[in-house]
Design a protein around this ligand. Structure first.
Ligand SMILES: Nc1nc2c(ncn2[C@@H]2O[C@H](COP(=O)(O)OP(=O)(O)O)[C@@H](O)[C@H]2O)c(=O)[nH]1
Ligand SMILES: [Mg+2]
Length: 440
C-alpha cells in the first residue's frame, strides 16, 4: 500500500541552524491544518507557528506546501523548516505522527518519486550517489545521471532494439515473403551496429562504476602463491592470515587503498584449485565471482613451483590481466614459462613490488574518467552484459530462424529495461531503496 502518509526528518540528526521535516501523502492537507491552523498556499514559503494538540506553540518556522503531482514525490508534500534542535524537531515530528502520518523508511520519498514516474531508477539511484559522493568528480557524475544522461543512453539503445524487433517479428508474421530478409545482411549489419553502441555505453558505465567504487583489483592464483602476503604488503597492514598451509584464505578479503589519489579496491581470494572441502569450494566460487567483476586481475604464480599447477583465471573482456611471479627471493621463474610482460617480485622481501604498484597506479590514473561519464552501479553493468550476450546470441540465431532471434532480442530489451526500471521486481526495489538515508 503506497497511499498512506509518511514523515521524516530530512536534515541530519543533531543540532543545526535549521531542521527540515518532510511529509508526503494524501493526509498532508489535514496534517498541515492540524499543525499550522490552515493549509499554506502551494509553493510559497510562509512563517507559521507549529502547534501541538492543545494549541501550544512547539516551534515557529517556515512552512512550504507542494500540491501533488507538482512535488518531488508526485504526492502532496509539506516541508516544515524549524529550529535544528533534536528535541524540538522530535516534538514536531511526534505531532505530525499523531495527526496520522507514519515514520518513513529509508529512501521511501525517492521510492515514491520513482513509483509515481517522477524519476526513473537510475535517477533515483543517482540521488543516493550524489548524497554519498566523496569527490567533486563523483558528485558531477552523479548529477549527470540525475539529469538523465545515463537513462537517455539506455533509452536510445532500447529504441534501436525496438526497431530491430519490429523488423524481425515482421518476418515471423509473414514467413513466406520475408524469410529472406533475415538472411539479408542488413539485419546483421544493424545488429552489429547496435552491439557497438551497447559496448560504448558499457565502457562509460564501467568507468562510472570505477568512479563510484574505485579500481577493482583482484589477487588470484594457486593456493600458497603468496596472495595474502602480497595483500598485506600492498596495504601495509597484516590484514590477511598467511601460512604455508594451502587453502588458508577462504573468504574474499578487501583493502581500500589510495594510489596517487586514485581509489583502488584490492581483493584477496582463495587459491584456485579443485577441492572436496565444501568451505574451500565456496571460497573458490567467490574468488571466481570477484575475478568476473574485476577491472584488473593480478594472477600470482609461485616461482618455486613452475606453471603446471596453475589454473588460468577467467577474466571478462575489458578487464586487464597482469601475470606476476612471486617468491623470486627463493627461485627464478621457470624460463620456459616466463613471458616478457610478466612481473617478478617477492611479497616477502618487497623486492619488485614497486613495479606492480606502478602498473596499478597507471591503470587507475588512466581510468580516471573525464567529464561526460555518468555514475553507474554493478547492477547496471550486469544488465548491460546480459543485454550484450543476448544480442550476440541473436546474431548467431539469425540464420537459424526468426523465432530464436526475436526471443533473444526480447531478452536484450528486458535486460535494458531493468536499468531504468521499466522492468522491476519488488526485491530489486527493496534492495535499492533500503540503502538510502531516512528522509530521502
Ligand atoms: N620466501 C617467500 N615466501 C613467501 C613469499 N610470499 C609468500 N610466502 C610464503 O608462502 C606461504 C603462503 O603464503 P600466503 O600469502 O598465505 O599464500 P596464499 O595462499 O596465496 O594467500 C606463506 O608461508 C608465506 O610466508 C615470498 O615472496 N617469498
Ligand atoms: Mg591466502
Amino acid at each position: 500500500m503506497k497511499c498512506d502518509t509518511i514523515a521524516a526528518l530530512a536534515t541530519p540528526p543533531g543540532r543545526g541552524g535549521i531542521g527540515v521535516l518532510r511529509i508526503s501523502g494524501p493526509e498532508v492537507a489535514k496534517i498541515a491544518t492540524g499543525v499550522l491552523g490552515t493549509l499554506p498556499p502551494p509553493r510559497q514559503a510562509v512563517v507559521r507557528a507549529f502547534r501541538d494538540a492543545d494549541g501550544h506553540v512547539l516551534d515557529t518556522g517556515l512552512a512550504l506546501y507542494f500540491q501533488g503531482p507538482a512535488s518531488f514525490t508526485g504526492e502532496d508534500v509539506l516541508e516544515l523548516h524549524g529550529h535544528g534542535g533534536p528535541v524540538v524537531l522530535d516534538l514536531v515530528l511526534g505531532r505530525v505522527l499523531e495527526l496520522g502520518a507514519r515514520a518513513a523508511r529509508p529512501g521511501e520519498f525517492t521510492e515514491r518519486a520513482f513509483l509515481n514516474g517522477k524519476l526513473d531508477l537510475t535517477q533515483a539511484e543517482a540521488v543516493a550517489d550524489l548524497i554519498d559522493a566523496d569527490s567533486p568528480q563523483s558528485a558531477r557524475a552523479a548529477m549527470r545521471s540525475l539529469q538523465g544522461a545515463f537513462s537517455q543512453a539506455v533509452q536510445a539503445l532500447s529504441e534501436r532494439l525496438t526497431e530491430l524487433r519490429v523488423y524481425v517479428e515482421a518476418a515471423l508474421d509473414f514467413p513466406e515473403e520475408e524469410i529472406d530478409f533475415l538472411a539479408d545482411s542488413a539485419v546483421a549489419a544493424r545488429l552489429d551496429e547496435l552491439d557497438r553502441a551497447l559496448c560504448a555505453v558499457q565502457d562509460q558505465a564501467r568507468e562510472g562504476v570505477r568512479l563510484r567504487e574505485g579500481l577493482q583489483v583482484v589477487l588470484c592464483g594457486p593456493p600458497n602463491a603468496g596472495k595474502s602476503t602480497l595483500l598485506n604488503r600492498l596495504s601495509g597492514e597484516a590484514l590477511a592470515i598467511t601460512s604455508p598451509v594451502p587453502g588458508t584464505t577462504r573468504d574474499v578479503l578487501r583493502a581500500d587503498l589510495q594510489l596517487a589519489g586514485c581509489a583502488v579496491r584490492l581483493l584477496d581470494t582463495a587459491g584456485l584449485r579443485r577441492s572436496r572441502d565444501p568451505v574451500e569450494r565456496e571460497g573458490v566460487r567467490r574468488a571466481e565471482a570477484a575475478i568476473a567483476d574485476a577491472d584488473v586481475v593480478v594472477w600470482l604464480l609461485d616461482a618455486t613451483c613452475g606453471e603446471e599447477a596453475a589454473v588460468a583465471p577467467r577474466v571478462t573482456p575489458g578487464a586487464h590481466l597482469i601475470r606476476v611471479w612471486n617468491k623470486t627471493d627463493l627461485a627464478a621463474p621457470p624460463r620456459e614459462a616466463l613471458r616478457p610482460e610478466d612481473l617478478c617480485l617477492s611479497a616477502h622481501t618487497g623486492a619488485g613490488v614497486e613495479a606492480l604498484v606502478e602498473a596499478l597506479r597507471s591503470r587507475a590514473v588512466g581510468n580516471t574518467p573525464q567529464t561526460g561519464v555518468f555514475l553507474a552501479r554493478r547492477r547496471h553493468l550486469d544488465a548491460l552484459e546480459r543485454a550484450r550476450r543476448a544480442l550476440v546470441r541473436a546474431r548467431g540465431a539469425l540464420e537459424l530462424g526468426p523465432e530464436l532471434a526475436a526471443e533473444e532480442l526480447r531478452l536484450a530489451q528486458h535486460a535494458l529495461g531493468e536499468i531504468t526500471g521499466a522492468v522491476t521486481t519488488e526485491d530489486l526495489l527493496g534492495r535499492i531503496f533500503s540503502s538510502f538515508c531516512i528522509g530521502k
